[in-house]
Structures are given as structure tokens and as C-alpha cells.
Design a protein around this ligand. Structure first.
Ligand code: FES
Length: 148
């Protein structure tokens, strides 16, 4: 099966019902997307499918065929970070860091849809991304910073 991941076409050999998260992590060796709950509840595995945030732990790889997948590795680069990545650094958002790639992918999808989101739009968009360190206030600040 052929996938489009971060702008590149790649061949993958995993069975079609394999969760996309494991294909991305184990076959493609892109380790930024994390495994948290495996049940679509925590958001650690969030990536984009045609710009929409999805839970890759419960999305079969077959659903990704013909779609554009973007992972945290494709959001920005060291030389050209996404505005959210710069804002994340500015506000020292991550603590343990484990959930942060999923947080960033949800935030990026929000800003693509609402370039100047309100607090309630932020809370609504980010409500499915759980952070055990409780970085929510800094996440909200960083999203506002990236939006300006
Ligand atoms: Fe996918 Fe928790 S690991 S939502």
C-alpha cells in the first residue's frame, strides 16, 4: 500500500487493519507521534489526515490510502519551525513532553480553521488532548501567541 506522509509517497507492508500509529512509528520510523491509551481517548497519537486531526491509534492504515498524512515531523523543521513550535518554546510549554506532539497537531488543525481562535474555541479543539503535567494554561497562551 502506498501512503503520502509529510509530502512523500512511501510504500508500507503492514496489514490493512494495522493502526496507522504503528505503521508510522515502526515501519516509517517516525517516532514523534506517541502511544498513550490506544483507545482514541488521550490524543497523544494525533496526526492529520487531509488536514483533519485524527487518532492514529484507532485509525487503520487502510483508511490512510489516498489521503495526505501529516505527522509532527512534517509540521515544521528546525530551520523553519511552525509558528506553534516557536510559541511552544517561547512559553516553555512542555514538561515531560510526552503528549506534546499530539497537542501541537491538534493546535495546528485549529489554527488552520480558526486563525484567531477564542479561548472557548481553543478549549473545545484541545479538549481531547490530555496532559498529565497540566500544561493547559501554557498551551492556551502559546496558541494565542502563534495566532498573532
Ligand atoms: Fe491514541 Fe491515546 S494513544 S488517543
Amino acid at each position: 500500500m502506498q501512503l503520502s506522509v509529510n509530502g512523500s509517497l512511501v510504500e508500507v507492508a503492514s496489514p490493512p487493519d494495522t493502526p496507522l500509529l504503528w505503521v508510522v512509528r515502526d515501519e516509517l520510523k517516525l517516532k514523534g507521534s506517541k502511544y498513550g491509551c490506544g483507545m482514541g481517548l488521550c490524543g497523544a497519537c494525533t496526526m492529520h489526515m487531509n488536514g483533519t486531526p485524527i487518532r492514529a491509534c484507532i485509525t487503520p492504515v487502510s483508511a490512510a490510502e489516498g489521503m495526505k498524512i501529516t505527522t509532527i515531523e512534517g509540521l515544521g523543521s528546525k530551520d523553519e519551525p511552525h509558528p506553534l513550535q516557536s510559541a511552544w518554546l517561547k512559553h516553555s510549554v512542555p514538561q515531560c513532553g510526552y503528549c506534546q506532539s499530539g497537542q501541537l497537531m491538534s493546535a495546528a488543525a485549529l489554527l488552520a480553521q480558526h486563525p484567531q481562535p477564542s479561548d472557548s474555541q481553543i478549549d473545545n479543539a484541545m479538549s481531547g488532548n490530555i496532559c498529565r503535567c497540566g500544561t493547559y494554561p501554557n498551551i492556551r497562551k502559546a496558541i494565542h501567541t502563534a495566532a498573532t
